[in-house]
Design a protein. Structure first.
Length: 149
């Protein structure tokens, strides 16, 4: 069976543009806009919190369609750390996701890594790996950069 062609997408001129479109598509439940940010390479991968590794555009589309059947995903990228070269970008993202708890709506945090490559069509996502985070305050461990004088 032939894989459907991805929808035509606007030229995404940076990894940040691609990431913005990805999260907007999640928030709107827009599968076409979401799939437009992905590379059409057979080896693209996606891991949702607690889920299996999903490989390839058709499988990734099916996974997101299943998620959208339960509604949109109110995920917002915050505290993004970027490692970028001329053709590859890796973003470590703390995603703030609105969830309903017994105490009412609260922010939950998901730790995600988004990987982008520069293609002839602009920057495209090749991997999204999200791990379960925590409800309440964001947890991050880091080092304070040393300043030499």
């Amino acid at each position: 069976m032939a894989r459907p062609k991805p929808p035509a997408a606007a030229l995404l001129s940076s990894a940040d543009d691609t990431e913005q479109q990805f999260y907007e598509a999640l928030q709107r439940g827009d599968i076409e806009k979401l799939m437009a940010v992905w590379s059409d390479d057979d080896d693209i991968t996606c891991v949702h919190p607690g889920g299996p590794r999903v490989v390839g555009p058709m499988a990734i589309r099916a996974a997101f369609e299943s998620m959208f059947s339960n509604g949109t995903i109110d995920a917002h990228p915050e505290k993004v750390r970027r490692l970028e070269s001329e053709s590859t970008a890796v973003h470590s993202v703390l995603e703030r996701v609105q969830v309903m708890t017994n105490e009412g709506p609260q922010a939950a945090w998901v730790v995600a890594t988004n990987v982008y490559v520069k293609t002839a069509l602009g920057w495209r996502m090749v991997a999204h790996h999200a791990s379960p985070g925590s409800v309440g305050e964001v947890q991050e461990v880091g080092e304070t950069p040393a300043v030499l004088h």
